[in-house]
Design a protein around this ligand. Sequence first.
Ligand code: HEM
Length: 418
Amino acid sequence: MAAIVQLKPITDVPDHLRASAEPRDPVFYQNPYAFYDRLQAGEPAFFWEQYGHWCFAGFRDVSALLRDKRFGREILHVATREELGMPAPQPHTAAFDLTEKHSLLNLEPPAHTRLRTLVNRAFVSRHVEQLRPRIVRLANEMIDGFEGQDSIDLIKAFAAPIPAIIIAEMIGLPAESAPQLLAWSNRMVAMYMFGVSHETELDANKASQDFMDFLAASIAERRKQPREDLLSHMLTSDRDGDVLSDEEVMSTAILLLNAGHEATVHTTGNGVKSILESGIDPVTLFSSEAQTAATVEECLRFDAPLHLFTRYALDDLEYEGLQLRKGDVVGLMLGAANRDPRRFANANTFDPFRTDGANVSFGAGIHFCIGAPLARIELQVAFSELFRRLPALRIAEKPRYNDVYHFHGLQKLMVSWR
Ligand code: HEM
């Protein structure tokens, strides 16, 4: 089950509530904001024809629905496959499905609460703040590596390695494994593409199996000889005698490794692009800790890395006049909510000095991003070190976004600095 899909077709939707945008159309995914602007002018709920389910683009609704306990990421705890018309699991994606089975992102309480409590401690601000000096060193090593070149792809040479190495080291895997982890992760993330092909499913399944085999070896080592790392912590941690199974540890490690870099890589690329395209003098953006933090928040708001998350209605219910049946899907459009003109003044303007408050890029409610404090530190360090070392940084080639609408990030970002 790669992505949540609407199972019972929804019919009888009046024309004025329908909207159409093809997720694989380059015109759309290179600039989804043009579509969002049209949505903001319409009704709060709209029916996205290509996805076949209801969606919300307004800040107030997205924020409220993320917190609404009548909706969940999982549905099989309250309904059977037969009841929902859900197809049986597919054998050719069995390894991928296994990595998702115990993923925090797909669980609901009480299973979610149990697992989240066990890993949460490692990600609280106080703990991740200790990683700041390591992140500064790493960012500078990456920038040192630009030496002797006239231009560079910032995604490959800077944005991707930093979060991948940091999360690998936190889990207890060597920094040298980061490129391999990135490759597995990219192949697995392809499962979230709209209209995913059979070949992609097979490839993602193979990547999942290889990833699990790799982790199984590390888990076996840690069982023999625990270390001061998250993997050992997950294997030994217990709450009232409760210990995680190997499968749970594997799912959680894969989720952390994948979620722990994908969105941060994209935010680094999107953020550098936003800053450079704004024409604002970078010196003013990183003049203090508070301004650095505000710049990062504006990068997260203005060009969010994750645009669409979904929830199931856990029962027949009504939300603001919209009747939903148990199992109906609602799409919550984080990237659109961040540009809601009812919430943000000059919503389509990149303004790192704005004071009008929080965005929804990290979600909200029980699934609020566990890695938000870490991601914020990584982004603060990456941006401030990059612009401190290379004050003349500029875009060398028109950047293009990847063909994975949900994961809004650049394919490459060619920059020069002389
Ligand atoms: C800019 C970077 C990041 C962004 C924008 C981001 C965004 C998000 C969002 C929107 C969700 C909630 C999804 C939902 O409600 O369905 C989420 C959940 C999650 N994120 Fe992040 N994330 C980022 C970085 C990280 C990092 C660095 C880590 C780990 C080290 C991480 C680990 C997780 C985990 C484990 C969850 C699931 C939490 C749960 O279901 O309880 N994320 N993230």
